[in-house]
Write a protein that binds this ligand. Structure first.
Ligand code: TF8
Length: 334
């Protein structure tokens, strides 16, 4: 009896010791992101860094590098694939060229609220889309929230669909966004986010679309007059790891990164939602002219945008499209 207990206790101690001693090597993680440090993105990356350092007793150190200092989203993706950078968080929209199924998240009016977003992204559909990155040299850990996107511009308030005509609108670099805004009559110009502020400031473009949080953190209110509430699409961010680097990590190290990414996700979604709830008042006080589209015009916009659904379904595959619709129906019924 006593010997058995002693052996059992010894085994437990050895297992615990093993995790500490060999499973965490000294490592530096270069973690890049595109927004400024004082943003929902920056705050969540800093929390992630703290969690990782805590869980590895300081062995794994995360260098959080914001402001696109390591490059735009697409440049960082290439650095991860090549193994020159370990981690990043950025838009799923810029991954569509690498993993076409990511276009699912660009579908206008696919997701109606944050409850649907969390359930869809953290469920089987989100997992399936995330998994398409692995063969391309990237490991997608979890989705964070970018948020519901709204329009800003400098030309005129958008009160009717026709007010979109000829507005030079910066869009993310992918076909769904290009097609969507062309369908609305805008002159859509794809540009990396890192060039956006300057493009707005120099009037190279008239407008852009992003969640309120980003209009605040990137100070777009300094260079944009009109904000129109459209909530035309819910954008996630995705936390990605270089597969080259990931494959060299121990199981314990991989688990630390996954757990920290999830902890940071839960923090980030709440932070983003709290900030978004206050942002509109904040933007008004900073001088932006805010309007809601009249319901009839919103419907016209919605109809134009749902025209692109068929091409998204083609791009991501009919099976995934159908699974998404089924999953959403389930979530809505729950
Ligand atoms: C965009 C996105 C940006 C992200 C960010 C830099 O408009 O919404 O928020 O790409 O990671 O490009």
């Amino acid at each position: 009896m006593r010997i058995k207990f002693a052996l059992g206790a010894l085994a437990v101690l050895m297992a615990a010791g093993a995790v500490q001693a060999q499973d965490f090597k000294p490592r530096i993680v270069r973690f890049g992101y595109g927004l400024v440090e004082d943003s929902n993105q920056g705050r969540a990356v800093r929390l992630f860094a703290k969690e990782v350092e805590k869980a590895t007793g300081g062995k794994m150190k995360v260098r959080a590098i914001g402001n696109a200092a390591l490059g735009s989203d697409t440049q960082m993706q290439q650095a991860l694939i090549g193994g020159a950078q370990e981690m990043m968080v950025g838009s799923t929209a810029t991954l569509v060229g690498i993993a076409p199924q990511m276009a699912l998240w660009d579908t206008p009016f696919l997701i109606n609220n944050t409850r649907e977003a969390d359930a869809l992204l953290d469920g089987p559909v989100g997992d399936k889309v995330r998994a398409t990155l692995e063969p391309k040299g990237l490991v997608g850990l979890v989705y964070w929230e970018n948020g519901f996107r709204n329009l800003t511009n400098n030309k005129n308030p958008i009160n009717r669909l026709e007010d979109m005509n000829g507005i030079k609108l910066r869009v993310m670099q992918n076909n769904v966004f290009l097609d969507s805004f062309k369908a609305l009559g805008a002159n859509a110009v794809p540009l990396p986010f890192s060039e956006l502020f300057t493009a707005l400031e120099t009037k190279a473009v008239d407008g852009q679309e992003n969640p309120y949080n980003t209009v605040v953190s990137s100070k777009f209110y300094e260079v944009q007059k009109y904000l129109t509430v459209t909530n035309h699409v819910y954008s996630p961010w995705i936390v990605t790891v270089s597969k080259k680097w990931w494959d060299g990590l121990s199981k314990a190290e991989q688990k630390v990164l996954m757990d920290a990414a999830k902890t940071a996700r839960d923090f980030e979604r709440k932070d983003t939602r709290d900030e978004a709830a206050k942002a509109l008042a904040d933007l008004k006080s900073k001088g932006m002219q805010v309007n809601e589209l009249p319901a009839a015009e919103a419907t016209r916009m919605r109809e134009k945008l749902t025209q692109v659904h068929a091409s998204v379904a083609n791009a991501v595959g009919q099976d995934l499209w159908k699974q998404t619709q089924d999953e959403l129906a389930k979530i809505r019924a729950a």
